[in-house]
Design a protein around this ligand. Sequence first.
Ligand code: NAD
Ligand code: MG
Length: 393
Amino acid sequence: MRRITLLGSTGSIGDSTLDVIGRHPERFSVYALAAHRNWRKLAEQCERFRPQLAVVGSPDAAEALRAHLRAAGLPTEVSWGPAALDEVAAADGCDTVVAAIVGAAGLSSALAAARAGKRILLANKEALVMSGALFIATVQRSGAVLLPLDSEHNAIFQCLPEGRADGRGVERLILTASGGPFRTRALETLADVTPDEACAHPNWSMGRKISVDSATMMNKGLEVIEAHWLFGLPRERIDVLLHPQSVIHSMVSYSDGSVLAQLGNPDMRTPIAHALAYPDRVGAGVAPLDLAAVAQLNFERADLARFPCLRLAFEALSAGGSASTVLNAANEVAVQAFLEGRLRFTAIAEVVESTMARARIVELAGLDDVLASDHEARRLANEALAAGALQAG
Ligand code: NAD
Ligand code: MG
């Protein structure tokens, strides 16, 4: 029986994870659930999965949730805030932590799980982008097991012997990318796209931040950086290939000419079920892939002029040190501003680029350095926003 802490339970990955867990009560139990604001949804999840602990983002939400659970007769203890997230991620009561908080807010708890030697199912790619070397060193020191939930990395993991790329004839990793909703849209109209248009992904249903990242293809850039840290290959051996159908989730090419791919319907329950049960296999509720109905699998090269965020991510990985931390922080600030109607879509890349040009790129010796870089980049990105030239309307 795996005892699971699910961080980010009310989000898109949280929903899919609980769906898979609910199909296999004999294998998986929920030790703790954590979310930010939506305590009502968290309350429903507590009623169904009966965790020992629940964590929310504020004392008010904690009070409301506590009162609700008490009235429902549930013994679930409620706490709130970042320190409580770190605690449930490292607690003895769980062996597995699903890290599915969005953005930098998920770093500390993911690292706490790594320090505590947990089996970590990582959705929160931003944590690895911000602090790759530190994160991997922490995992290696504690003996934690890191299993990727991101569909591309999960696919690559499945195409590698024992999930490892070192010294086994692996030549290249090929990350597939749908190209998002704007792959073919006229370039001169991109400045006017709305948050809802950017969030209308053709193949995947996801949270709003990652949906915007998919529309700019920053998501694929973050994933190249994520792949570098997870599998230890340099930037030059990680390719991005557009594949609009999102059926091949990624590939590994080997020195003998073989290319292995993992295929499936675009449904996050597949990689989640894979990582939850690994090395076993369990049902995920996903419809079988009907390749005759798909009929065609198409491929294109990625266009860096259309997707400047992808270029910026490549540059950040090549620059090393804190450059990826800066990239991620500036992107989070810019995407938030875009979602709130304060920034044009095409200005997301401008904010990231100007922040990367102005931030100091330093070596990251520890968590303090990561947080300092993140902080400085957010300040510079907010300055770029305030500068006005980049603003919406
Ligand atoms: P989402 O916005 O749907 O959900 C985010 C979750 O994080 C929510 O439960 C929210 O309550 C919680 N959260 C947000 N801020 C928090 C804070 N400060 N403290 C505590 N909890 C907080 O996002 P999502 O689409 O589920 O994505 C989650 C992560 O998984 C992201 O890092 C994303 O890049 C990654 N991911 C998502 C998908 C997908 O299909 N949705 C695929 C691959 C990777
Ligand atoms: Mg992905």
